[in-house]
Design a protein around this ligand. Sequence first.
Ligand code: HEM
Length: 170
Amino acid sequence: MSRLSPPARKALLTLHLVTSLGWLGADLVLLALGIAGLRGADPEVVYPAAGLLVTYLFAPLSVLVWLIGVASALLTPWGLLRWRWVLVKFALTTVMLGLVLLLLTPTVRGLGELAPALTTRDRLDLVIPPTVSSTLLIIATVLSTYKPWGRMRRPAAAGAIRRPVPAGRR
Ligand code: HEM
């Protein structure tokens, strides 16, 4: 059961969309910087800029997206563990949050410090991870709009399933 009034639910959904799709946008900017670095753009500009972007935008957004995503599930009739599309998004976002905070952020900040001496192998660290994470975020977006795969477990009685009404149709 929803614990939010319809206006509050729309406000939460708006916040969820701005943060999660903003996260995807920031990820694509990181990828663009990574490709520029690989193609020979000035490393002393590209990698410190990527370090700032990761530190002040991408990493904080990853925490916000996780928190607001979990709130969007728990405070609406969707729930966190009821629908497969929500659970898969939760799992994807949780894995990404861990990788961003534990791996990507220190690696990209390190690239900024080593900028003049970077090898091609080092530069790929700003191409491959953002390619994978942008793909995962596009998958999360598609799961959100198509909402595939139904509920986690079968209901006790036929007809007991009622799909929650998306916020926009209220
Ligand atoms: C912890 C991770 C996440 C959880 C638990 C979660 C959960 C949810 C829930 C429950 C809704 C429905 C809200 C409502 O009807 O009021 C929703 C909507 C949506 N989410 Fe997420 N989300 C997460 C992460 C993401 C990410 C990473 C993206 C994309 C990059 C994303 C994109 C969307 C979109 C586009 C919608 C709107 C779908 C619609 O209204 O038809 N979410 N999310």
